[in-house]
Ligand binder design. Structure first.
Ligand code: NAD
Length: 261
């Protein structure tokens, strides 16, 4: 329970990888604030589960990551109700798959806002408390698409590359203050986000579901398996350890070999 006494705020954590981070950190005693959309009863169940696991507090905030004022209120609420945050994980994300000349403007704006701009806003709001304590961990969920691109994902690739660049900047600005900032770059992880992009990819490329999974999603993932949520969360947990204190400004791949090519 090495995170006893620490508070983690995790955006986009009502599902998939974000919920995995919350569960993993709570299992080490962290109080957690989760965020994201979804069914109210299901979310209440996650909050109860997290509080039970950690033995510390757990809260939910419905802030929309496209809305800067709601983001800042979320960080303030975390501070008021749970303390901190000592650990900030920027994880909210959406995807849209389309050729760039047909890419809807509103999808571009939403993806940039949710993935990149929200990370700017949460970081700015969370840093003062971390600086005051002389300890902090900022962990941003990037992607293999923070490092390399795939076609038809212009907004996502741009936003995720942006996250890696922003993370390096933050790491440099707080390098002497006991705070680290890193980007975790997963390959394909089996989550609702991946499930959701299968129909669009089928349409954009004229493929069957099986072809999308085997020939598109796992085509460039040399291990030919999806990464697991637990594998991604385990790296985040390690980054919270004091032993990881010298890891900062890094983009760390958990991608089954995707970016080795
Ligand atoms: P998911 O769809 O299961 O979860 C996304 C979360 O973000 C949900 O909790 C959702 O409610 C939340 N969210 C979406 N829009 C939001 C908004 N406007 N405001 C607040 N919350 C919002 O997806 P996932 O696969 O778990 O993805 C999590 C992160 O991991 C994303 O940043 C994604 O880009 C990244 N990622 C995923 C994969 C993968 O293969 N699944 C690979 C690399 C990176």
């Amino acid at each position: 329970m090495f995170l006893r006494g620490k508070t983690a705020l995790i955006t986009g954590s009502t599902s998939g990888i974000g919920l995995g981070y919350a569960r993993t950190l709570a299992a080490e005693g962290a109080a957690v604030m989760i965020n994201g959309f979804g069914d109210a009863a299901e979310i209440a169940g996650y909050v109860a589960e997290l509080a039970q696991t950690s033995g510390a507090g757990a809260r939910y905030c419905a802030a929309d990551m496209t809305k800067p004022a709601e983001i800042r209120d979320m960080v303030a609420l975390c501070h008021a109700e749970l303390g901190g945050p000592d650990i900030l994980i920027n994880n909210a994300g959406i995807q849209h798959v389309s050729p760039i000349d047909e890419f809807p403007e509103e999808k571009w704006d939403a993806i940039l806002a949710i993935i990149l701009s929200s990370t700017f806003h949460t970081t700015g709001a969370a840093l003062p408390a971390m600086k005051a304590k002389g300890w902090g961990r900022i962990i941003n969920t990037g992607s293999m698409h923070s490092l390399v691109a795939s076609p038809y994902k212009s907004a996502y690739n741009a936003a995720k590359h942006g996250v890696a660049g922003l993370t390096k900047t933050v790491a440099l600005e707080v390098a002497t203050l006991g705070i680290t900032a890193n980007t975790i770059c997963p390959g394909y992880v089996w989550t609702p986000l991946v499930e959701g992009q299968i129909p669009d990819t089928m349409k954009a490329r004229g493929l069957t579901r099986e072809q999308v999974i085997n020939d598109v999603l796992l085509d460039k993932q040399p291990q030919k398996q999806f990464v697991t949520i637990e594998q991604v969360a385990a790296l985040a947990l390690f980054l919270c350890r004091d032993e990881a204190g010298a890891i900062t400004g890094a983009a760390l791949s958990v991608d089954g070999g995707w970016t080795a090519q």
